[in-house]
Unconditional design. Structure first.
Length: 189
């Protein structure tokens, strides 16, 4: 990604915040108003409104509808993960900030982990470009599957899950165009 892409940098900086990461996760399953987000995440209404506005202003959220309440209008926001781009992260400093925000959020989630299925993985290795691209395709597919299947909190028959992925090329091997990945569904466009 071009590090001078100010829109991408703004999106990254807006989402590199633990509360905003929680909001994005919450709004994957259903559209909600600021009041509903505030109740779900135990925030003040003003705080929820502020974070929603920041995320909306950089294009991370869409307004799915509006409803009249007590003489005013409440916007209902939704996060559409399919609008994301795999190369949305900017420079190393921005990616580190995003990783730190993710780490805080993953720690919060782990403290609430239940019994059941789980997997973790950590790897720094050298692999073929083909294996790397296949792994990215699988991670991309899994992420989109779970975003597409997200349901409102507490829906009967659902399991409360957490998924965080970070996969990136490192220096020392092939980089840039030689290692560039295009999601399988975008190939041939």
């Amino acid at each position: 990604m071009d590090e001078t892409d100010t829109d991408a940098v703004a999106r990254l900086r807006a989402s590199a915040h633990p509360v905003r990461l929680r909001i994005l996760s919450l709004l994957t399953a259903e559209a909600m108003s600021a009041a509903e987000v505030a109740r779900a995440l135990d925030l003040t209404h003003a705080n929820a409104s502020y974070h929603l506005r920041v995320l909306h202003d950089v294009g991370e959220l869409v307004v799915e509808g509006e409803e009249k309440i007590r003489g005013g209008v409440a916007k209902r926001y939704r996060y559409d993960a399919t609008r994301q781009h795999p190369d949305r992260l900017s420079g190393v400093d921005d990616r580190v900030a995003y990783a730190r925000a993710n780490a805080v959020e993953v720690e919060r989630r782990l403290l609430g982990a239940g019994t059941g299925s789980a997997t973790s993985s950590d790897l720094e290795a050298w692999v073929s470009v083909e294996a790397w691209h296949r792994a990215l395709d699988l991670l991309h597919e899994a992420s989109h599957l779970l975003h597409d299947e997200a349901r409102p909190a507490g829906t009967a028959g659902t399991v409360h899950i957490s998924l965080t992925t970070h996969a990136f090329t490192m220096t020392g091997g092939l980089e840039g165009e030689a290692a560039r990945w295009v999601p399988r569904e975008e190939q041939g466009r």
